[in-house]
Design a protein around this ligand. Structure first.
Ligand SMILES: [Zn+2]
Length: 80
């Protein structure tokens, strides 16, 4: 994740509350006849170069760069 301001491009009201959407990979073996799961491995986090971010106000999910670019287009002016 980049240490830059985010701004939700969807609701345009949130610069603060976000979630990181991460993917995991988990190996498992199936029984070929019954379809039941026989064996599972520990989930492994998959590293994404550009992670997806969820806006916790409106639920919009998008690439991190969309949030960064929206913040660059409409920067927050510091309040005195
Ligand atoms: Zn939003």
């Amino acid at each position: 994740m980049e240490d830059k301001p985010y701004y939700c491009p969807n609701c345009r009201s949130n610069r603060v509350k976000f979630s990181l959407i991460s993917r995991t990979s988990q190996s498992f073996d199936k029984d070929a006849v019954t379809g039941s799961i026989l064996e599972t491995d520990e989930p492994v986090a998959m590293q994404a170069a550009e992670p997806d971010i969820e806006c916790r106000v409106c639920g919009f999910v998008g690439n991190e760069q969309r949030f960064v670019r929206q913040a660059e287009r409409e920067p927050r002016t510091p309040t005195l």
